[in-house]
Design a protein around this ligand. Structure first.
Ligand SMILES: *Cc1c(COP(=O)(O)O)cnc(C)c1O
Length: 388
């Protein structure tokens, strides 16, 4: 058996149980120094999103060693084992591997909604609302009711009670699903609010389905907001991503009861998300959970976010939102800085990738290096120095 790879960097021999013999051509030998998987530090300076994390060689090794059963028919051991593992972590009975977080949310919604009339309640800033191509209307044919949290930070029970439709006259479109998100763009939804909303939803007649878009739930857990086992049971379905900060190449999971997941398979099938040799997706996802999440790498990334925040504030900078997980929301104009100068200095003199569709957001992930954070801090000092 070849030696296991544990580092992010190549053990260049791992696929070379049979090193090239004198007469085999050099081409037969896979030189791992040249494969993209060996360069997981490539996004070292990229603060635009944690979806820039690169899969690692241990993930490639997991793919090489995976089983190749049919995932669509529950015949793949690696996939089944990952589904059991993740549902277990969240205190649920079953789970379903899907290619993306968007599909995970839509599969869960489609499964929970049943026949119309139905509506879902979401935070007005929610991913389901803005970044899923209109899935709730296009795929689920549902009415979306958006909640503007009165505290400006996260949804509370009183917001839900204000916006939910529980009356059932023929004019009403009842709230069938409450879809929460935690964390939402770095903001943590406190477990006490989750509990209050869930308790209320479950005593309605009929009970309102609780769904969690937990694409980055790992970050909230890492920040100490709750444990996976604590938060899972407050929801009837959850969606978690293995990409983003965890760094797997592909994959998300829908979690729920056995009955729910049985039904969710139809929704996944309908959306074209049933996968054949799904071990290829499940194997590196498992490595992502075990090495990135439970290996303490998210925690280290969050510490870097804290360090950058502290310096920014110390220099007199303002934040659009407090730093609670791996995201830092800089109020660049509000801090009296010249925006154009800030971004051009970042790119041209400090070799930093900032900006993107959410220009004020810095996302810290585990492949951002200490050196890049040092340069970010130097940039902060420079721009505040120029301001005064
Ligand atoms: C990224 C993300 C998703 C969707 O994941 P994709 O794999 O990009 O489809 C869903 N919800 C939240 C909160 C996300 O951040």
């Amino acid at each position: 058996m070849a030696p296991a790879i544990t580092a992010d960097f190549p053990d260049t021999n791992f696929l070379s149980n049979n090193p090239p013999s004198k007469d085999s051509k050099q081409d037969d030998f896979l030189d791992l120094r040249n494969v993209a998987w060996a360069h997981s530090q490539e996004p070292a300076n990229n603060f635009i999103s944690d979806f820039y994390t690169k899969p690692t060689l241990p993930m490639l090794e997991a793919i090489v060693r995976t089983t190749l059963g049919d995932g669509d028919n529950d015949e793949d051991t690696t996939t089944n084992s990952l589904q059991d593992y993740v549902s277990g972590l969240l205190g649920h009975e079953a789970a379903l591997l899907v290619p993306t977080g968007t599909m995970g949310n839509q599969v869960a919604l489609r499964t929970a909604l049943g026949s119309p009339p139905h509506s879902i309640l979401v935070d007005y800033r929610g991913h389901i609302m803005h970044y899923e191509g209109g899935g709730p209307s296009g795929i689920c044919g549902t009415l979306t009711r958006t909640v503007v949290p009165s505290n400006g930070h996260h949804i509370t029970l009183s917001d839900v009670q204000k916006f939910a439709t529980v009356r059932r006259t023929m004019y009403d479109c009842p709230t069938t699903v409450i879809a929460l998100e935690n964390p939402m763009e770095g903001r943590i939804l406190p477990i006490s609010d989750v509990r209050a909303i869930s308790t209320w939803a479950r005593v309605q007649d009929p009970p309102i389905h609780m769904h969690l878009d937990g694409a980055r739930l790992w970050e909230a857990v890492t920040a100490g907001a709750c444990t996976l086992a604590e938060i899972g049971p407050y929801f009837d379905s959850l969606q978690v991503c293995f990409t983003k900060g965890l760094g797997a190449p592909i994959g998300s999971m829908v979690i729920g009861s056995k009955t729910f997941i049985e039904r969710a398979k139809w929704a996944r099938k309908m959306m074209g998300g049933g996968m054949r040799a799904s071990g290829v997706v499940a194997a590196p996802a498992r490595v992502a959970i075990e090495q990135t999440m439970f290996g303490g790498k998210l925690k280290k990334a969050q510490e870097k976010a804290r360090r950058a925040t502290d310096l920014w504030v110390e220099l007199g900078g303002k934040l659009l939102d407090p730093t609670e997980t791996n995201m830092v929301w800089l109020d660049v104009p509000g801090s009296g800085l010249n925006e154009e100068r800030f971004y051009s200095l970042a790119e041209q003199e400090y070799d930093l990738r900032l900006g993107g569709v959410m220009p004020y957001r810095l996302v810290f992930h585990y492949q951002i290096t200490e050196e890049a954070v040092d340069r970010l801090c130097a940039l902060f000092k420079r721009v505040f120095g120029e301001r005064s």
